[in-house]
Design a protein around this ligand. Sequence first.
Ligand code: UTP
Length: 274
Amino acid sequence: MIKKCLFPAAGYGTRFLPATKSMPKEMMPIVNKPLIEYGVDEAIQAGMTDMAIVTGRGKHALMDHFDMNYELEHQISGTAKEALLNDIRDVIDSANFTYIRQREMKGLGHAILTGRELVGDNPFAVVLADDLCINEEQGVLAQMAALYKQFRCTIVAVEEVPREETHKYGVIAGEPLTDSIIRVTDMVEKPEPGTEPSNLAIIGRYVLTPDIFEILENTVPGKGGEIQITDALLEQAKNGCVLAYKFKGKRFDCGSVEGFIEATNYCYENIYKK
Ligand code: UTP
């Protein structure tokens, strides 16, 4: 069973400036719930209990969100508004939250390596909270945790994207094992247009085996001078097994304005109003 879930949340969120100048991107609300809480809900639904959050400067709001706010609770105690806190209270009661700071923003791979202290020598999930995943029945992490039980290796969630969008993602190639599972043989971070190995883009959900940490320690900065998780995963794929999984559900890139608006409209109609 995978118990730990790592949330790299130290990025600057430059695509959403000025909103993210002093507010963590992960605290931006989709309707009335911050992105990070959707991610934590998904991890809890997958049976995970330990939420490890990689933070950076100016990210205090993340810690405060998963803590009691006695003044506020006292103020609304006994009123109709109290019910609005029920969900977050349940979340706080259902999981342990730990935090570590990434001092320099050296990329997603580096953020994951920073989380090593919190994750230890265990397989663990990774959620990039700005990718909001919605599936009515089984959440995407629960689908991946079930696959991990079967295959016991690293799994990355992938989605088919239009070819002209592949330059924004890590893109995989490999041998199909089933309709939805591919054994990864190649992986390119943000390929130049026309050089992409497929149209299967890695999105912000991973299950990683702990040997990834040693690989990350030896991964040199790649695209953009950042330590790329894609480079480490390709190394892992060469020596062992990395699977790509075409998940069931919808994914919204809430790190972009368009994706954020789409997610807001979708969640308002399909979750909030129901
Ligand atoms: P992004 O590529 O979305 O970068 O990072 P970003 O800084 O958050 O946003 P933009 O592109 O500037 O708008 C993917 C994920 O990796 C985390 C981010 O917080 C996000 O969840 N990350 C990235 C880190 O935690 N540390 C880093 O050094 C880089």
